[in-house]
Design a protein around this ligand. Structure first.
Ligand code: FE2
Length: 264
């Protein structure tokens, strides 16, 4: 079984990159299951109904979100009924949506769970270990993939180590820069700190640099706009052995203005 994981898709340039490359990559790697993080797809913040439809056109199986989940009210129209759109599992249970979903793929039970970090992030997220322990207590899945949406690499590594061997794969999103640490942890969980963004290459993690720099230098409020520079496409591919139900191979895809796409 082959799973394609795409991190934060950022704004119009991100959608353009999806249109340019996604179908080809799905075909090249014989993809059976597709997970995309959609929390930045609508001009950098949140996911409008039309952008939800855009991702569904590509038969996206699961859309994970993050700290911008509630930025657009549109999501309240679909998150209750469209359970493949995940909120982070450790958000207050009074918020709409589910943090985890179970699918049947090629006769195996595949679970996808969304988690949000608490270091430099939402201060109202619950303890992610408690949320995951509660979930695992009754979990019957064969394969379990987790999107950890967080700022700090230490927090992602710590969480992954705590569940090493109990999760099939755990990947980071939110920092928008692909890390070069795609690896197996000692007990077999596949891990990467961040799969990287699919969006503008030359802004500041997706936004136009002018307003971001103004804010950084002055500490004054600024309205960020999406960058319109050339695009990049980043993803993580997992090959899963259907007998052992473990990842047998993992590798990153990275397409930038300097690095053309080539199937590995
Ligand atoms: Fe985020």
């Amino acid at each position: 079984m082959n799973i394609l994981i795409i991190g934060d898709v950022y704004g119009d340039v991100g959608k353009e990159m999806i249109s340019l490359y996604l179908n080809r990559i799905k075909e090249d790697y014989n993809i059976d299951f597709l997970i995309i993080n959609g929390e930045n797809i609508s001009k950098g913040k949140g996911m409008s109904l039309s952008d939800y439809d855009f991702l569904k056109q590509y038969n996206t199986d699961v859309i994970t979100m993050g700290n911008h989940i509630w930025f657009r009210n549109d999501i309240l129209r679909y998150i209750k009924h469209n359970k493949e759109v995940l909120k982070p599992l450790n958000l207050p249970r009074y918020t709409p949506g589910e943090g985890s979903i179970l699918f049947n793929v090629k006769g195996l039970k595949v679970r996808v769970t969304s988690i949000i970090g608490r270091v430099f992030m939402f201060d109202f997220a619950n303890n992610q270990f408690e949320a995951m322990d509660d979930l695992l207590e009754h979990d019957t899945s064969d394969i379990h993939i987790v999107d950890f949406h967080g700022e700090a690499t230490s927090e992602k590594i710590g969480f992954a180590k705590n569940y090493d061997g109990r999760l099939t794969a755990l990947y980071g999103t939110h920092t928008h820069v692909q890390t070069s640490d795609s690896r197996f942890l000692p007990e077999g969980t596949a891990f990467i700190c961040d799969v990287g963004m699919t969006g503008p290459f030359d802004g500041i993690i997706g936004a136009d640099q002018e307003a971001v720099l103004h804010k950084m230098k002055t500490n004054m409020p600024a309205r960020f706009v999406q960058s319109n520079t050339e695009g990049q496409f980043n993803a993580w591919v997992l090959e899963i052995n259907e007998k052992t139900k473990k990842v047998s191979k993992h590798h990153t895809i990275s397409i930038t203005p300097q690095k053309k796409y080539e199937k590995q």
